[in-house]
Design a protein around this ligand. Structure first.
Ligand code: GLC
Length: 648
């Protein structure tokens, strides 16, 4: 709805900026006016009653306009190109990798030298794990940021980052960075000022003189790191107050109920946008709004905030997509794409954490029913938004899928989870997986899983045994997991090291800043001599690298893999396998996966059910032709193998 008063107010706010709204800056101005009513509505949902509500709204408009004026000509051009294909981020041409700059290459400067490595593999989007200043002894892998605009000295400088970004742009590569929205390090300037008693910054955080309110909050808040950081508040001696610290005790939660916090963080978001970030990973968005009597996760106001941020970004820096890192219950994750009139207008991306965890479930049990049952829900992802698909990331694997999902296939949820945890921590008799339990909570019995892709697939154990067949089986499992990730929809995000089959790195145990957090076991330091073995096909590195490279190349060849929510799963014809079809207006491709260590027999009827009408199929992974048999005849899929069938 058009709002003339607001229009006039905006004209007043932007007058000092000297924009050429009739010509050069017209499309920006049109976006601003077109979205202003929505921006104001969303803002008012949160701040209508706040004493600073009105003043901060003016600030918000100025922040948006300033961000636009500071956007370089090159980035404005890139915005225009991206806007021609609104869902540019859903392209099958994109393949990402997450990596730690220091552990992968040393510095940002050295990372530039590694760009040909990514080109060789086919990766063209890099997620650099947090690189902004963070205290070495209390950093949570960089997720405790003490300065959002200064690159940590050991990685280099902001200028190095800019140079890297330019070089990536020249090569047609994309950049993804994090904004840690929920909290700052206790050594961030805002926290330091709060400690000194500055009331303006004191209001940036949740601090209380006694336990009354903290106790009320904690009564309904789950613990995130029950082993290493129990509770959600930390006593600060300097302020003599309790501070909300949902994650580690050195990560202070920002108080977004204060509109000044929103403005300050939006300004940081635009700082990243104007450095050329293509995808902004919003860390832990589920936590950004707190309310006594709730879990303080996934609250409606958290969604309002994200929608507001999205609108502001669409106006000022429209080429930047947002990824909401919400690793929460399956039905809750879906809400981060936006609901109702905001469908596909909240986060462009969410992690498909449910699918990731269920892939590991299927691999441990050889039973794909849970994975298949979840597709009804996951298939509700709106067109115009996309998943990040992955097998591993820097975090643990949470078994966050619902008990009801487990019970629906006839398993006892408690026993089933216990089996998965025992299997991947290697304590289950006969399990080849070598991982560890993370954040085990004796009060609830919950635990998550750490471990690298290769170790969880059995490569570490197989190498210790020196067994060729076991090594071969582990490599098959690795490629099966990666194939599912690359083909099932969304932007695949590989985790560095997995493309060379890195097993767990136990050196973190010797470092006191890391030893309390076993997620470091799957965050390897890259050994470039070892990586050279990728050129020797008979080595594990060679086999895993070549397989991954081939999978990526195949993804890029298949236009049906552009994410348009264009996937149909066939029903459970064989409980060890999965069959799905990806399609577009001109073609169909069928993907079959066998999650067991025996042959899986699948009737050709399953293909017909998934839409297949062809008489012969071309298998694109091994390059063979298959005659489609009668309904009751079988396709035999070997253990831990996948097949890719093109029609016609
Ligand atoms: C996210 C990060 C995780 C970090 C947490 C707190 O979940 O992925 O590594 O510990 O946020 O910032």
């Amino acid at each position: 709805m058009y709002n003339q008063t607001l229009h006039q107010q905006i004209n007043r706010d932007i007058a000092p900026l000297g924009l050429d709204i009739a010509d050069k800056d017209n499309s920006f101005y049109a976006r601003l006016i077109g979205n202003a009513t929505n921006i104001q509505l969303l803002y008012r949902e949160l701040y209508a009653d706040h004493p600073k509500g009105k003043k901060c709204f003016d600030k918000l408009i100025t922040t948006i306009c300033t961000a636009y004026t500071q956007r370089s000509a090159a980035l404005r051009k890139r915005d225009r190109t991206k806007l021609k294909d609104e869902a540019w981020f859903a392209s099958n041409q994109l393949v990402g990798m997450s990596l730690y700059v220091d552990r992968f290459a040393g510095t940002l400067e050295a990372l530039k030298e590694k760009l040909p490595y990514f080109e060789e593999l086919g990766v063209n989007l890099l997620h650099l794990m947090p690189i902004f200043e963070s205290p070495a002894d209390a950093s949570d892998g960089g997720y405790a940021v003490s300065n959002f605009r200064k690159v940590e000295a050991r990685f280099g400088t902001v200028e190095d980052l800019q140079q890297l970004q330019k070089q990536m742009l020249d090569k047609g590569m994309y950049l993804m960075l994090d904004i840690v929205l929920n909290h700052t390090s206790d050594r961030h300037e805002w926290a330091m000022k709060a400690k000194e008693g500055d009331p303006f910054y004191g209001n940036f955080f949740y601090t209380y003189p006694d336990r009354k309110i903290p106790d009320a909050f904690e009564a309904s808040m789950p613990e995130v790191f029950p082993e290493s950081a129990p509770g959600s508040f930390t006593w600060n001696e300097e302020m003599k107050r309790w501070v909300m610290t949902v994650f580690h005790n050195y990560q202070w939660d920002l108080n977004f109920a204060n509109p000044e916090v929103l403005i300050a963080m939006l300004d940081n978001i635009f700082f990243y946008a104007n450095m050329g970030v293509d995808v902004l990973r919003i860390d832990a968005p589920a936590f950004i709004w707190k309310q006594i009597g709730t879990t303080c996760q996934n609250l409606p106001q958290a969604h309002t905030l994200l929608r507001l941020i999205r609108m502001c970004v669409e106006v000022a820096t429209p080429g930047m997509a947002l990824l909401g890192e919400a690793i929460v219950a399956p039905a809750e994750i879906m809400k981060y794409f936006g609901l109702g009139r905001y469908e596909a207008r909240e986060c462009h991306f969410a992690y498909n954490a449910t699918q990731m965890a269920l892939l590991w479930d299927a691999l441990a049990t050889s039973d794909t029913r849970l994975l298949l049952n979840a597709q009804d829900l996951l298939g509700q992802k709106p067109v115009g938004a996309s998943w990040i698909t992955y097998t591993r990331c820097h975090d643990d694997i949470g078994l966050g899928y619902d008990d009801a999902m487990i019970a629906a296939v006839g398993f006892n949820p408690f026993e089933h989870r216990r089996f998965i945890k025992d299997y991947y921590s290697g304590t289950y008799d006969g399990s080849p997986a070598r991982g560890a339990l993370f954040a085990a909570n004796p009060k609830t019995g919950d635990a998550r899983i750490s471990g690298s892709l290769a170790s969880l697939c059995g490569l570490e154990y197989a190498q210790q045994q020196g067994s060729k067949p076991l090594i071969e089986m582990a490599i098959r499992k690795i490629l099966l997991m990666q194939a599912f990730t690359l083909f099932s929809g969304g932007l695949p995000m590989l985790f560095y090291g997995d493309e060379e089959g890195y097993t767990n790195d136990y050196s973190y145990l010797k470092d006191t800043a890391k030893s309390y957090d076993n997620r470091w076991m799957h965050r390897p330091v890259i050994d470039w001599q070892k990586n050279e073995r990728r050129h020797q096909p008979e080595t594990c590195e060679g086999a895993v690298f070549a397989g991954t490279q081939k999978l990526i190349a195949l993804r890029k060849q298949l236009p049906v893999l552009r994410d348009e929510s264009n996937i149909v799963f066939a029903g459970g014809h064989n409980r060890h396998s999965v069959l799905f079809c990806r399609y577009n207006a001109v073609s169909r491709v069928f993907f079959v996966f066998n999650f067991s260590d025996r042959d899986a027999w699948l009737t050709w009827y399953a293909f017909r059910e998934a839409g297949c009408t062809a008489l012969t199929l071309h298998e694109l992974w091994e390059g063979k032709e298959y005659a489609v048999g009668a309904d009751e005849e079988y396709l035999v899929v070997p253990p831990f193998r996948f097949l890719v069938f093109g029609e016609g």
